[in-house]
Design a protein around this ligand. Structure first.
Ligand SMILES: [Ca+2]
Length: 196
């Protein structure tokens, strides 16, 4: 296993960028402030009691997306000290939290899952590029992963648990190198090709 900090160092080396400080240590006061505001908003917005509207015949992936969208849209109205915003463009992170007073921005990635299982080894992909971090954020950059757990009882979907992970530089991550091609790369390639 690698730490998140080591991953970013290696990633930037591969991307050809100078070492930019992409992950900072969470200060205790920020962990408290962010956690408290999210907790009171979950409570005030009734996020664990509301029924989540899910379109009939949705796939599991689509249900997860609808849960996430419901949660994000609703909690926005109840946060007192932070603004939850989309982080525009594809890739990590999908959201950001802005502190209303200072304007300080926190990286926020939201995932929805049907249950929290401490023995589950399925991959939860965070990032494969530093582009958005470098263009949207300035150090110190704190990363928050919000996992929304939901369940369906008699066809009614509800949020059961909202788990916050304040990711630190020393947090362990798995790295998987991937190779990909594009039509453009293939078209420009010198390997034999043939169209039939
Ligand atoms: Ca997401």
């Amino acid at each position: 296993m690698t730490t998140f900090e080591d991953y970013y160092r290696e990633l930037q080396r591969r991307e050809g960028f100078k070492d930019f400080d992409l992950i900072a240590i969470w200060e205790k006061a920020d962990v408290q402030a962010v956690g408290d505001d999210l907790a009171q908003a979950v409570q005030a917005g009734g996020l664990k009691t509301q029924t989540i509207p899910i379109r009939p015949k949705s796939t599991n992936q689509s249900i997860g997306n609808q849960v996430e969208q419901f949660f994000v849209e609703r909690i926005k109205d109840y946060l007192k000290n932070f603004d939850l915003q989309l982080c525009s463009g594809a890739g990590y992170p999908d959201k950001q939290l802005s502190h209303k007073c200072s304007g300080r921005k926190f990286v926020l990635e939201v995932k929805a899952t049907s249950s929290w299982d401490a023995s589950d080894t399925n991959r939860v992909v965070l990032t494969s590029s530093s582009k958005k971090l470098r263009t949207h954020f300035t150090p110190p950059i704190n990363h928050l992963l919000v996992t929304i757990c939901y369940s369906a009882m008699a066809g009614q979907y509800r949020v059961t648990v909202v788990r916050l992970d304040f990711i630190q530089p020393v947090t362990d991550v798995n790295i998987r190198l991937e190779a990909s091609v594009s039509h453009r790369i293939l078209a420009a390639g010198t390997h034999p090709s043939r169209e039939i």
